[in-house]
Design a protein around this ligand. Sequence first.
Ligand SMILES: *Cc1c(COP(=O)(O)O)cnc(C)c1O
Length: 370
Amino acid sequence: MSFLNQDDSSAFSSAQAMAGAWLCVDREVLAQNYKKLDSITGSAECAAVVKADGYGLGAAAIAPALLNAGAKTFFVAHLQEGVQLRQVLPHARIFVLHGFMIGCADLMHAHHLIPVLNDLGQVKEWADLGAVHGGPLPCAVQVDSGMSRFGLSAADLAVEGAFDGVQPCLVMSHLACADTPDNPANEQQRRNFIAMAEHFPGVPRSLAASSGIFLGSDYHFELVRPGAALYGVAPNDGVPALGHVVRLEARVVQIRTVPPGAGVGYGLTWRAEKPTRLATLGIGYADGFFRAQAGQAAVWCGDVRFPLVGRVSMDSVSVDISDAPESLKPGDVLTVLGPNQGVDSLAASGGTIGYEILTSLGARFYRHYL
Ligand SMILES: *Cc1c(COP(=O)(O)O)cnc(C)c1O
């Protein structure tokens, strides 16, 4: 990377100028990631999961890019997310993973969203709504193949006539341990899923999310549902991430050189052993830069690593820039997420997973989309 050339003020909007950190989302890479997953999964349809505001990247900005890349089917978690997504994707097929809360079936229908029905109460309510509208309405049915989180049990499936009034267009389940390929629970869930899906002959089946795709074609069935892998999170420890979609840069707010013995930040938990040049950056835990990163994470300038010193504040963090070029100055940016530190490695230093890094990305970043 190069330092920001502030002389080129024309290329620099005021929104960008005012922000403490910049998030860049590369929709070209996102589209490539989609196409890669789509080709890996062969004849299975590759849907796109855009819940939690597109894993923090901004569903309204990325969903159309996924559509252009070929995605026809989208998943969100909550009905409210589905209503918002419908505004940007007027014609796509949108499934709502949680189905609907009691009394919200008509809202689901009004926005042409397809509920994932998870219990017999939802099935009944959806069937009743279909009766009002002159026939069964499309839905997905989720079966619990072993994760004990969402979905119908084998006993539910056996209830006589329970599904008479609905028209499933997908039967799905979710894997608990897909990121550990050797875990025998994967094969157990796969077998359970096949058996339970037999209650819905001819209906397309879906079991795999990102990690499940990399368990092999036995797990692909007729539709796969990746989220994280699209956004540059590694599917499991043995499979590298697809392209890096996000780049996050934090701006230098202030630079100082502290003498030996000076303490830094809340609690003065870090003390300089020698004269040390420090930069205070405009990113903190309110922006999803976790407090647990203290003493662990670093930011980068090209290939030079600047370790964090002291605690992470709400709005700022301090880094040791003793190895930085003299020219580094306030307003310049250092890289938090980029080629030398991807989502997964930042997650590892903070004791979490790439999913949590992405979904915590701050609301006050200046965001731009390529
Ligand atoms: C979140 C979610 C997905 C996508 O999972 P990734 O691991 O991000 O690919 C797929 N299916 C269900 C049911 C989910 O909850």
